[in-house]
Design a protein. Structure first.
Length: 485
């Protein structure tokens, strides 16, 4: 979480808001104590700015909205934020390396932006009175939807998560979309051209800032001090060069016939960059990987082979304890723990407010991917239901309005599409629904729909007739929304 004060006011803009409601609230309380001590009054939250669509940058949004005391607080995000925020998504063995070491144990939330940044390399419009923000959209870099922001009043440049004090991974272990190193390098070059010579400080959503001339915390460890040298330019340009090197060298080796596994062994760090702490991936492991690969195949072939399992636990622990890379260490030690004690059940921490931010397509998708296909094959006839939602938030128009959705379950697959909203008529004659292909039509509020889908998505059977709804058709036992998993 970063905080920018609007000059000559008591108002602040919060940039990103951590992973969970609890941590965001605690972080703001810490800042508020500092603000009150310096300015003798509490700060006013004027706006929230999302740099990109990863949950550790928006999960605490509900806390910020509550602290602001205004549900209509300006929430600004890069174009495509909500789409990608929805589509992507135990302390044992965890260590911290400053970025991505693990999620907090609180509740994550998702509050949709009410202003999207679509104009690239220009002043934010509509802007924030008293605080000019110049935006640089960087889609497809560290995240599918991401934006850098320059604040002329402070000569401060927020690099989102495009330049941190580690070599960021291109392919994540957690399964995020693979990053485009070539595109990433080009956007870093654009950042240098646009703001590199203007900025007095560069800061990101993780780690510490880099100052223009002060080497403290910059990750640059030359024995002799070069004066004058703009450390911001050095920091950004070396990150740019390294990502370009990773892309170009990988494709060169690929074109020479090397396989992905061979390339990972052959690729080398440019000598001038090898000692930069801000370009270390914090990676490293011994020759135990072959043992891990071999033992893993043995266990998959024979899960009851205790000797192989115990040996693999030992290998994973040694790999984890010897890994400089925090992400690798966590994976190896968690793997050892799961082999010994079994995996923990997943915890669903998505709050109702997060589900309320989804559109109808996204909402029903959360349920569709939980349908047990083979068990749903047993349904002799397809199920077709029309949902008429009277107060659904609309993206194209302000406020809320009526929206319809046709849901169908056939051949074990749940599909659907938007339909025109039709108001409820006298059920005796069918009203405007007499030509509908659905055997059941349900009129309900947005909140009730979220409850219905949330219950089904959690794996519980739910019957429409148990909710506060108006129906046309048979809402009986035949319309259980969730085949048993």
């Amino acid at each position: 979480m970063s905080i920018v004060q609007i000059p000559n006011t008591n108002k602040i803009v919060i940039i990103d808001c951590l992973t969970s409601i609890e941590t965001a609230n605690a972080a703001f309380m810490l800042y508020q104590d500092h603000h009150k001590e310096r300015f003798q009054r509490e700060p006013e939250i004027h706006a929230l700015l999302y740099t990109h669509n990863h949950v550790d940058h928006f999960g605490g949004a509900q806390a910020i909205v509550k602290l602001a005391g205004d549900e209509n607080i300006r929430i600004i995000g890069p174009d495509g934020f909500l789409e990608h925020a929805v589509s992507e998504n135990s302390p044992t063995g965890q260590i911290g390396c400053g970025l991505g070491q693990g999620l907090s144990r609180g509740h994550s939330s998702l509050v949709a932006p009410n202003q999207s940044i679509k104009e690239d390399d220009g002043v934010l419009r509509p802007g924030i009175v008293g605080l000019e923000i110049i935006c640089q959209l960087t889609p497809g870099t560290e995240a599918p939807a991401e934006v850098n922001s320059y604040f002329p009043a402070y000569n401060g440049f927020c690099m989102a998560e495009n330049a941190t004090h580690t070599l960021h991974n291109i392919q994540t272990l957690r399964g995020a979309p693979v990053r485009d190193a070539r595109l990433w390098s080009r956007y870093l070059d654009e950042s240098i051209s646009l703001f590199g010579h203007k900025a007095d400080v560069v800061f990101s959503s993780h780690h510490w800032p880099t100052w223009k001339h002060d080497g403290a915390g910059s990750g640059i460890q030359d024995d002799k001090v070069e004066t004058p040298r703009i450390l911001i330019l050095t920091f950004l340009s070396e990150q740019r060069d390294y990502y370009a090197h990773l892309h170009n060298e990988t494709l060169r080796l690929l074109n020479n016939g090397s396989t992905p596994a061979e390339i990972s062994e052959q690729i080398m760090t440019p000598p001038n960059l090898s000692l930069r702490t801000n370009l270390r991936g914090y990676d490293g492991s011994g020759n135990l990987r072959f043992a891990a690969t071999l033992l893993n195949k043995i266990i998959f072939a024979d899960p009851k082979n205790t000797d192989a399992k115990n040996e693999l636990i030992s290998v994973y622990r040694e790999l984890g304890q010897g890994a400089e890379n925090g992400t690798w260490c966590n994976r190896y030690l968690c793997g050892a723990h799961e082999l010994q004690y079994g995996p923990h059940e997943a915890i669903n921490v998505m709050t109702p407010s997060s589900v309320m931010a989804l559109n109808l397509g996204e909402l029903f998708d959360t349920m569709a991917i939980r349908i047990n296909g083979p068990e749903a094959f047993a349904l002799e006839n397809a199920i077709a239901i029309n949902f008429m939602v009277e107060d659904m938030p609309r993206k194209s128009l302000p406020g809320k309005g009526p929206i319809g959705w046709h849901l169908r379950l056939s051949n074990g697959a749940m599909t659907g599409h938007g339909i025109p909203f039709v108001s409820f008529k006298n059920p005796r004659d069918g009203g405007d629904m007499k030509d509908s292909k659905a055997e059941l039509t349900v009129w309900l509020s947005h909140g009730t729909l979220v409850t219905v889908v949330g219950t089904a998505a959690a794996g519980h059977k739910t019957e429409i007739k148990t909710y506060q709804v108006v129906t046309l058709g048979d809402p009986g036992q035949g319309h259980c929304l969730y085949p048993k998993a």
